[in-house]
Ligand binder design. Structure first.
Ligand SMILES: Nc1ncnc2c1ncn2[C@@H]1O[C@H](COP(=O)(O)OP(=O)(O)OP(=O)(O)O)[C@@H](O)[C@H]1O
Ligand SMILES: [Mg+2]
Length: 282
């Protein structure tokens, strides 16, 4: 079925995704067209990003393997969000490579829209469409960006909303939900696209303290289910519990990384120790 632009519902306002995918390109669903093999899903090589004269990312070499949960920690302003946004090309890197199953997605002619479908993103501020209800929020991307039929998209949306405990709220508008509920909807929306990996940018930082737990427990369940995830977080105890690897970003580079027990118990660099001490003290 074509991803008919003409049949787009009227109520979808300017804050809905503008650039939609054609049906042909979307026909291969995420995951199904991913090359087999045990290599990294995504890899960056000497990734650099400048804003004007400021070099924010100063050569990041990174990879995430299938099923891996990687937490990214570091001080405010160190470049964590910029790094995630360069991975899924919300920001275009200044130089270096972003490889998806070994292919450089920055090369001319690469189908960037299709690449983005493979990587879900969950934002600090939820980024739900306020004019759409919960179900519509979880359906629209599937139909318009990935070419899924409306019926299937609804089934998937309900399935993932159930998973995060938000199925009773399918008719609700975002303004009727708490922050924790909005974030759980945002997670269900990302999962509905059946991405190969999910990127989280401080998913609990905008929440009232009593709602942090419900969102972290959903993310923890996803980690246990084997979903590949990269999580920027300031929740150190959580990072320690769920991660296979923790990456410490400092001033635009990966200063140190390792299994959580090693990085948290026995950081090698003074800079890492300082950061962790400040955190424990705070
Ligand atoms: N679009 C932009 N234009 C100019 N400068 C930017 C832009 N986005 C980020 N920066 C700058 O890049 C630096 C790193 O920002 P970034 O948001 O990646 O840090 P962060 O590690 O995510 O911090 P936080 O923990 O506070 O979220 C900051 O100095 C920021 O001001
Ligand atoms: Mg940030």
């Amino acid at each position: 079925m074509p991803a008919g632009h003409a049949s787009d519902p009227q109520e979808l306002s300017a804050d809905t995704p503008a650039k939609m995918h054609d049906a042909e390109a979307a026909a291969g669903r995420s995951g199904s067209d991913a090359p087999a093999g045990g290599g990294p899903i995504v890899e960056t090589k000497d990734l650099r990003k400048c804003f004007g004269k400021n070099e924010i990312l100063k050569g990041i070499d990174f990879e995430v393997l299938p099923g891996e949960v990687v937490s990214v920690i570091g001080a405010s302003g160190s470049g964590k969000s910029t790094f995630l946004r360069c991975i899924n090309l919300l920001e275009w890197p200044t130089s270096g490579q972003v490889l998806y199953h070994g292919q450089n997605v920055l090369e001319a002619g690469y189908d960037v829209n299709r690449y983005r479908i493979h990587l879900g993103m969950v934002f600090q501020q939820f980024n739900l469409f306020n004019n759409l209800n919960v179900l519509q929020n979880c359906v629209i991307g599937q139909v318009r960006a990935a070419g899924v039929s409306k019926a299937e998209a609804k089934d998937r949306a309900v399935e993932y909303l159930s998973k995060v405990g938000m199925e009773p709220y399918v008719e609700a508008k975002p303004r009727q939900l708490s922050g924790g509920q909005k974030q759980r909807v945002a997670i269900a929306r990302a999962l509905s696209m059946q991405p190969e990996a999910l990127l989280f940018d401080e998913p609990t930082s905008a929440l009232d303290p009593e709602m942090v737990g419900e969102v972290l427990s959903v993310i923890g369940e996803l980690a246990e289910s084997g979903l590949t995830m990269v999580i920027v977080t300031h929740e150190m105890a959580f990072a320690r519990d769920v991660s296979d690897r923790v990456v410490f970003v400092d001033d635009g580079v990966i200063a140190e990384q390792g299994p959580p027990a090693e990085l948290f118990e026995n950081p090698q660099l003074p800079r890492t120790r300082e950061f962790l001490t400040r955190f424990h003290a705070g």
